[in-house]
Design a protein around this ligand. Structure first.
Ligand code: SAH
Ligand code: SF4
Length: 432
């Protein structure tokens, strides 16, 4: 979502006549886009501002902070660092150019943490996208779930869905411009609920999201991925839509957070372990092999070692293709911040590595099972490790490396897997 926000900000800035430069050394204006989901992420901006100031050695640029930290901290950021001139909240991105102008002209500190203005459209120029072949398409912003540990509902506000016609127009024009893959993104994509059903007429589906999936599939875009899915709102009709449409990719990211019912209740996730496992069952029993990935928080306040064991057993049951593990990080103002963060750092680190090793072993078996199989890969560029190898993602969202050259970039190829690494697969292009 942050990458998508930067793309939108860059679009607005270039439209207003700004030239975007690759380094902060020569820039007149430096804007930091920030994340606040965990304390470490939110600390980063102050270190980065310090680095830029040091490198500029007195010749200081106009410094702005945008994104979640800006939204949450507001004018307190000015007290924190006197070199910040501009604070731009998560829904004020489109006003960046005029805000920069005010800050530079008035030489005063400028802040805008206001909401979106009616009629603002999500518009991103292809020049600003992170790839010429893969595009992020936001379908919903914000979150209404208020999980007890999470800052997102405060930093990004309430859920707001884009009208389907707008999303479909964007996907169609991306397709015309040669894009091969879109990622429909949002904090919880499957909570998609637009104010009008414009664009979804004629598409079947039990929920607006599964209708949208079918409508996006009908645009003919080669590959469609979506993330993140919220477990409570995960309707089996999503699996049906994936089965019906080959261009809906065989990958679901469905964060469990914990395997313990007590912890899930304290997290206010709105589902029990058993409910989660029912969703996983629907995914695993599909006719297509759908890859499943998840997020887990370890060390939530009061998490006992038995409760952590329940998470381990959930992970064993789910057989995830990939797992993101996070140590609980207390976020000021959230309900969980009122609970004693009583799992020691040492214990958190120990649970983290226990789960990491556990997943690594399970994942090793899953990755090995790909050997000899063929996967469809969108070639994205040279592999970081070897310039005779190319890299890309499979439809099941695994990193695939294989011998090749730059002429292949942007094409879909069929790769036969020969080797499994910890977090990637290696193979050779199938000759026709
Ligand atoms: N809406 C998605 C998640 C978005 S935030 C969902 O509910 O599944 C991305 C991930 O960051 C979460 O899945 C969670 O695992 C992690 N996260 C969020 N708040 C956190 C916190 N306070 N401490 C540690 N991890 C956190
Ligand atoms: Fe945060 Fe929960 Fe919303 Fe996900 S669903 S963004 S974890 S509040």
């Amino acid at each position: 979502m942050n990458v998508a926000d930067s793309e939108r900000a860059s679009t607005k800035l270039r439209e207003a006549g700004y030239e975007l430069v690759g380094s902060s050394e020569s820039a007149d204006v430096v804007i930091f886009n920030t994340c606040s989901v965990r304390a470490r992420a939110s600390q980063k901006v102050f270190n980065r501002i310090g680095e830029v100031r040091k490198a500029r050695n007195g010749n200081e640029p106009t410094i702005g902070v945008m994104g979640c930290v800006a939204q949450l901290e507001g004018s307190a950021l000015f007290d924190h660092s006197s070199s910040i001139n501009l604070v731009v909240g998560t829904t004020a991105t489109d006003r960046l150019p005029s805000l920069i102008e005010s800050a530079r002209e008035s030489q005063r500190q400028i802040i805008d943490v206001g909401g979106r203005v009616d009629g603002e459209l999500w518009k991103v120029s292809n020049v600003e996208r992170h790839s010429p072949y893969v595009a992020f398409v936001p379908i919903i912003e914000g979150c209404n779930k208020f999980c007890s540990y999470c800052i997102v509902p405060f930093s990004r506000g309430r859920e707001q869905s884009r009208v389907a016609t707008e999303i479909l127009d964007e996907v169609r024009s991306l397709r015309e411009d040669g894009y091969k893959e879109v990622h429909l993104i949002g904090q919880n994509v499957n909570s998609y609920r637009p104010l009008t059903s414009a664009g979804l007429e004629g598409f079947s589906g039990t929920t607006p999201f599964s209708k949208l999936l079918r409508a996006v599939a009908a645009t003919g875009m080669n590959r469609i991925k979506f993330t993140t899915s919220f477990p409570r709102d995960f309707h089996p009709d999503i699996v049906a839509a994936i089965e019906e449409n080959k261009n809906l990719c065989n990958w679901v990211h469905l964060p469990a957070q914990s395997g313990s019912d007590r912890v899930l209740r304290a997290m206010r996730r709105g589902y029990k372990r058993e409910d989660y496992l029912r969703r996983v069952d629907a995914i695993k029993s599909s006719r297509r092999r759908i890859a499943l990935t998840s997020d887990i928080i370890i060390g939530f306040p009061g998490e006992t070692s038995e409760e952590f064991e329940e998470t381990i057993s959930l992970v064993a049951q789910c057989q995830y293709d990939g797992l993101y593990i996070f140590k609980y990080s207390e976020r000021p103002g959230t309900p969980a911040s009122g609970l004693a963060d009583n799992v020691s750092n040492r214990e958190k680190s120990s649970r983290f590595s226990t789960l990491e090793i556990f997943q690594k072993n399970l994942q090793g078996v899953i990755y090995k099972s790909y050997i000899g199989r063929e996967v469809n890969v969108l070639v994205e560029g040279e592999s970081a490790k070897s310039n005779s190898d190319m890299t890309g993602h499979s439809t099941c969202h695994k990193v695939i490396n294989f011998p090749g050259d730059m002429t292949m970039v942007g094409q879909e190829v069929s790769v036969t897997i020969t080797e499994a690494k910890a977090n990637s697969l290696y193979g050779v292009i199938k000759k026709n």
